[in-house]
Design a protein around this ligand. Structure first.
Ligand code: 9MG
Length: 263
């Protein structure tokens, strides 16, 4: 899943793709590099972000989805928490809803059901503005798994078939580095929920802190984290650097397939 942020304050690409043509070109380049999905987001969710009004998000995201719809062949995902944006995005050609709040906004379950689209349900403790202030768990893997199980049940109860759902532990969303490490190593527990697991670690602060790397120097760490996530069962990797990430994941897949000891 290639990341296309259309926010002026995007935390890792600095809003470079706000212009429609630049965004389309970048999406095409990610598709060319092997992205199977393009995730379009108009509201920053970096730590400390405070959110944007619905109309502003609509103004950023909907023209972009319309422009991308005819310009790339891969499915488009909309990264939003707002029911109104979900519906408008579906009408503009989105094929997936990526909700970092796991459809907890009022009306989001119903809106997502009405679109008929698949939905990624992500775990986050708190909200972006304050989530990194003091994240606390007694058993992060157990709590995240239980939360995602509960959201899968809520979505199913609202009429969204389980076959249309994905889960994501939300790396960096209300988590300290040891929490992220536990979730990465424990991803196989999430695969037992029986739906595909999505993982996003690309360029995140956790990579920067662990390795002592500023944003421009996080590629190797991000790629390594992506390979680990795939090794531990993630089916979809959300990434900025698609070609490099895909190389690592493909190598990992080769080893998984051929490394059984028969050679
Ligand atoms: C929007 N967004 C930013 N980081 C993300 C992550 O790790 N997963 C998902 N699903 N969305 C994310």
């Amino acid at each position: 899943m290639g990341i296309l942020n259309v926010t002026p304050d995007s935390f890792s690409d600095g809003g470079r793709f706000v212009g429609a043509q630049a965004a389309v070109d970048h999406a095409r380049a990610m598709q060319e590099a092997g992205a199977a999905i393009i995730d379009v987001g108009g509201e920053s969710s970096r730590p400390g972000a405070t959110g944007v009004p619905e109309q502003e998000e609509l103004d950023r995201v909907i023209p972009m989805l319309e422009a991308l719809h005819g310009a790339v062949e891969v499915p488009l995902s909309v990264d939003t928490t707002k029911p109104g944006v979900m519906k408008a995005a579906a009408a503009a050609g989105a094929g997936l809803i990526n909700d970092i709040t796991a459809l907890r906004s009022p009306g989001a379950l119903e809106a997502a059901r009405e679109t008929g689209l698949p939905v990624c349900l992500m775990h986050m403790q708190g909200a972006p503005a304050t989530m990194q202030d003091n994240p606390t768990y007694s058993d992060v893997l157990g709590e995240v798994t239980a939360f995602l199980r509960q959201r899968l049940d809520a979505a199913a109860a609202a009429g969204i078939p389980r076959s249309r759902l994905l889960v994501d532990p939300g790396f960096g969303f209300g988590k300290r580095d040891p929490h992220n490490a536990r979730l990465l190593a424990g991803l196989p527990a999430l695969t037992e929920l029986g739906v595909p697991v999505l993982a996003g670690l690309s360029r995140k602060s956790l990579v920067g802190r662990v390795l002592g790397r500023e944003l421009p120097d996080r590629l190797a760490g991000s790629v390594a984290a992506a390979a680990l996530a795939a090794w531990h069962g993630a089916s979809i990797i959300r990434a900025h650097d698609v070609a490099e990430t895909l190389d690592a994941v493909n190598l990992m897949a080769y080893v998984r397939q051929h490394g059984g000891g028969d050679a």
